[in-house]
Design a binder for this molecule. Sequence first.
Ligand SMILES: Cc1ncc(COP(=O)(O)O)c(C=O)c1O
Length: 390
Amino acid sequence: MKPVASRVKAIQPSPTVRLGTLAKELQAKGERVENLSIGEPDFPTPAHIIEAAKRALDDVPMTKYVSSLGLRELREAIAEKSQRENGIPATADNVLVAPTKHCLFLAIMALVEPGDEVLMPDPGWVSYDPMTRLAGGRPVPVPAADEAGFLMTPDAIEEAITPRTKAVLVNSPSNPAGVVFSEDVFRGIADACRDHDLFLISDEIYEKIIYEGRHISPASLDGMFDRTITVHGFSKTYAMTGWRVGWLAAEKSLLKEIVKVQEQTITCVPGFVQRAARAALTGPTAPVEKMVAEFRARRDIASEELSRVPQLQAFRPGGAFYFFPRYDGGTPAHEVSERLLKEGHVAVTPGSAFGQLGEGHLRISYAASRETIRRGIRNIGAVLGKRSAR
Ligand SMILES: Cc1ncc(COP(=O)(O)O)c(C=O)c1O
């Protein structure tokens, strides 16, 4: 048999999914596992959103193919939100609806030529690198670890730029560190993009899950709308991970190219899902506020628990729902994570999944109950304490 394409061979299975699966297997055997590896809100989708989807299922066109760009009514709601909340000068004609992950893939596919370099944070979200490789591009990690306060600084970006650089990928609030980029940092990044004629892909999926600082959309900064693809989604804000819906906003001529990739791949997001997404954007905000308040309380619980584990040095996140502590010693993070699962019955994600500079860290998700957070971090402390006492 002939081999599969080398670009696929070069991609590793998603490590975040692997550990989550391992934890679920242990749970299925009846073992109690404190699962702190999950990247999705542990809340149900708010009822008014589910109701909107149910109603749409009885509306025949909503179960047929719909426009590849997305329903006009949803794109209008997204444009209105982008203008009002984010200062992004988008109209419905700048918006395309797709699952968030697919939005990132569409943006990369539309921009990246074989050999083009894409700057991305290290540590950064697990899919930026493989998506760039699938498009034939070269991922260029930009140091964004402890010393940099987990920020991709404008200076570090400047240093990484070469004549082959095509785009910069930013993510604030960030996964895995939960850092919120300031306006100053974004202004510096915007300057670098303008000076070197680069595109900016801004992944803003954690916008609403923010405790300190103010969310900045770089597309709102002077002259940046034309070169920025803003990517956003419903998964985290509205506990809608399984609905597979998000959006991107881009300058019109760019959007015209991007939509071709959508047309030739997934065609469209189901109409009834888009109706639900519209209900999410235009409906009551109380469920989101309640969820974020709970995440804030959990962050504080996790922070307190982590402060009692001397082997971990944790940065206090201003957004998203993750801690990304560094641990002592040189043991690879995947070994530490496996040991924690086997000896402490606690699932975390090895920091190395997020890039070379993520090595020596663990990603601890607090999208879990207060009880799970407390027990999980105590179990981590017990396993790490046992090791360092030897
Ligand atoms: C930073 C970041 N971007 C994008 C995504 C993809 O979101 P979705 O599952 O809605 O496609 C995730 C999901 O975990 C994420 O953490």
